[in-house]
Structure formats: C-alpha cells, structure tokens
Design a protein around this ligand. Sequence first.
Ligand code: GDD
Length: 315
Amino acid sequence: MDTLVIGAGGFVGKYLLRQLLEEGRDPGATKLPREHLALDGVEVFDLELDNQRNIQRLLMEHRPAQIYHLAAQSSVAVSWKEPQLTVDVNIKGVLYLLEAIRSIEDYYPRILLVGSGEEYGFLRKGACPVTEDEPLHPGNLYAVTKACQSMIGSVYARAYGMAIVMVRAFNHIGVGQSPQFVAADFALQIAEIEAGLRPPVMKVGNLAAKRDFSDVRDVVRAYTALMAKGYAGEIYNVGSGHAVAIQEILDILLELSREFIAVEQDPHRMRPSDVPLIEADIRKLREDTGWRQEYPLRESLQTMLDDNRRRFGIG
Ligand code: GDD
C-alpha cells in the first residue's frame, strides 16, 4: 500500500480509489465499521477517527507515502441538526490524523485535506468567482469546521514543514451520492414518480441559491493531480468555475423526465440560513496541474437519473 484514503466508505471515496487504481497506485482505504466497501486490489480497514491511537497504528504499519483525508460529516443540512458531531468529526479528526503523522519517526507523507467552497460563505459583492485568498465568512457550522480544518492544515504545513495540500471542493454530484444532497434528491424523486411510487409532485427547498457543480469523476481527478503537483501549504479551489441556480438543476432534470411533474416548496428543506452564491475561480488549479473538466452538468444529471431508473426497473 503506497496510498491511504481515509473515510473511503462514502460517495467520493469509491471514485477516488478507482481513479488511484487507474493511475497505477496501490491504495488502501479506511471506512466506518457500519459502511460497506469492497474493491478489487484495495485493502480496507475499519477505522473510527475518534482517537489518535488507531490511525497512528495503521500509519506506522503501512507508512503510505500519500494520504487523502476524506473522512467528514459532509452535509450542511445535517450540521444544523448535529453541530457537536460535525465539530468532532471535522475538526478533531484532522488533528488526530496530523498529530499521528507527526508522532511517527522519519515519516513525511504527502497529505491532501478536503475542505469546502462553503468556507467562503457570505461573499462581498463582486467577489465571485472566488479566489483562494478571499477572506472567509462561513454561513453555517459545517463551513466553520472546514475553514478550521484549512487553518489547521496551514499551521501544520508552516510550523512543522508537513507536505499538506488543501482543497476547497465545491458541490459535486454523481451516481451513488446520498439523496441528502440536492441533485441526488431531485433525481431520486423523479425516478420514484416515473415508477409510480409517489404522486407527481417534487418537493424542493431554496431554488434561488447558486452553486458550482462538478461531476465527482472530475473532482477525484483534480485531487490526484493536486496530490502529484500541488504546492505544500497551498489551498486550491476545485469546481467547474460556473455557478448555476438550484432552479436550473431542477429545470434540467424536469426536462429529462418522462412525466409532467408539479413543484412544491417543502418548509423542512429550507435552511435557517443559506449562502446565496458560491462560484469557484479555478485558475490556480488549472495553472498548477493542467486539470480540465470533462463531464458537462447535463450529462452528469442524466447519468444520475438513469441510474435511479435502473434501480426501480424502469431503465
Ligand atoms: N439537500 C437539498 N435538498 N438542498 C436543496 C433542496 C433540497 O430539496 N432544495 C434546494 N436546495 C439547496 C440548498 O439550500 C443549497 O443551497 C443547495 O441546494 C445545495 O445543497 P446540497 O446539495 O445539500 O449541498 P451543499 O451546497 O449544502 O453542500 C455540498 O457542497 C459543499 C461545497 O459547496 C456538500 O457536498 C458539501 O460537502 C460541500 O462541501
């Protein structure tokens, strides 16, 4: 094992592992005991990142040269309901990891920390597309924890000379994403309607928000490119560079649907506060790695809808 993906049991981890295998690496992965993960060529370990000892033991035994830290409570919506959990997983988790690495003699892996475009939060007028040096004004607790993670990463890179590259990932979508996120939720609702499992009414939240969506396959290519070519101590935006309103995501999916579907706002899907616009400036990512987006938004949404249709036997 030359590469370890921590928190690989979620949506992004499986795509990242496949990308690493394709690039000829020898990855291992950690997952939560309750998660399922099995991939040919990948050694999988159960790990709760709730103390330093367990991760330290794993790292001492295998000494991976590259570490991707994906383990997180990754939902903004959940962070409103579970603030303590979000802080524990997202802030304490990265500290356990970095301290474990530091405690191992003669061990200097490259580390990629996955933060979020949400860290920027409420931007001043004219700040979009947002560059990496824009001041942060997080609008929710999830964003606060990710901003904190980036700051912790910067401190450890500067103070201890650790090879930490930090990412601010904007919204990503794809097959296998949990329906707690908007595009996966809408695609699932449409397939359920088409399968006759629910009345033809889509439940939606705030459609006015604008977010920068990318296909998860493009996102993991950006991660491996940054692991290879990103500068230690630096932060990189990973997104498409174009924000779209959630209304537009809905419109594309409705256009792809086979039914006439009404739209209804569901108060439970509205958040106490929602940042109006987040759009990435991706020049730094492009210039330092040569990365380019491959999957257009419509194609990603079509793939997600088709996957849901297959699951309901209406493909
Ligand atoms: N989930 C959800 N469900 N969101 C809805 C809905 C709905 O029915 N209707 C509208 N929205 C709006 C939300 O209010 C938000 O403005 C936007 O759709 C996107 O919501 P999510 O898909 O839940 O993602 P997120 O933007 O809160 O967070 C995602 O992106 C971040 C980067 O920008 C996650 O992937 C984070 O992990 C990631 O860091």
